[in-house]
Ligand binder design. Sequence first.
Ligand code: SAM
Ligand code: SF4
Length: 347
Amino acid sequence: MIHPRLRLAPEVVTPAMIDGSLVADGNVDRLGRRIDYMRISITDRCNLRCVYCMPEDGVRLSPKDELLSFEEIWRVAAAAYTLGFTKFRVTGGEPLVVKNVLAFLQGLRRVTGEATLCLTTNGILLGEYIDDLRDIGIAKINISLDTLDPVRFKKLARRDGLAQVLAAIERAAFAGFERVKVNAVIVPGVNEDDLLPLTQLAERLPIDVRFIEQMPLDGEVDGGFMGADEMLARIGAVYPLSRSEPDDKRQAAQLMYRSSKLRGRIGVIAPRSKKFCASCNRLRLTPNGELKGCLLSEGTLDLRGALRAGVDDDGLNTLLRYAIGIKPAEYKDERYGLDRSMSAIGG
Ligand code: SAM
Ligand code: SF4
């Protein structure tokens, strides 16, 4: 159930306006899902223009004063940590284009205690940050890469950069992170023949390679999505696969597999053919301070408004529990395409 106040554009909701019956008791929602993973998008800016993510001329960027400041994000993260969140992923847009991103991450590390910190990046600037990211305490890095063909890379990302990304993946693989993953969106007829070359990365390097079904957001590419079963059948024909436990047993978004021929694992993320809403444990914070229970949520909470109206720590805690209380049971297919691009929400 979506609170009527949240049906349309986000508006400032103060704790006093909230229907108390919708506020979760702690971080468990009404379906019994423990919500303990926050994806924080720190910018809507990006140095690539991936075809499935945004239009060629980019997306409408928020003016700077509409973006949360580092201090505002730290306050939200600290409140989430106190509430029981154990994992934070920093994403974007491209997080590594943010000025002083290392200072931001150091601050995030300070306010999130023992939580696991993760980063998702397109890898273009990763090379210059690898050692600092490890030293700050980023445990897991996801690097997005959809092809090993330079011409296709330029077509898909609308920019050059394959060599930098590959060099960064090679270095990150041996830099001492807990986990390095390469994520590829596979679009039939576009890069389906990259399935095996990308899998070979996990043969050569101790990294996981995961294949993602394309979601039809703003930039959807013609070709639809390749279902997880089809991807696994094609890979399995060359690398016999057996199921592997995910790092976090409750994290059903990814199905992971091992092969005796591979150093790393293979995974599929199948939001369309194998909907995983029933075990979803995420909240998303957008760069302009909307708190969303789902990538495709109708309702969002305007945390920026609340923060700038002077909400205190108890109030912030209540707002987070409210967001958990109204987290949708599942996404509705008809919401596809209605929202903004992945870069603006935070992938
Ligand atoms: N710029 C960073 C990157 O590319 O890794 C972080 C943000 S990006 C929005 C996060 C992830 O969302 C990427 O792995 C990207 O491939 C994925 N993504 C973007 N648009 C998508 C779509 N329409 N369907 C599926 N995944 C998408
Ligand atoms: Fe940028 Fe990542 Fe979107 Fe590509 S997927 S345009 S790198 S935000």
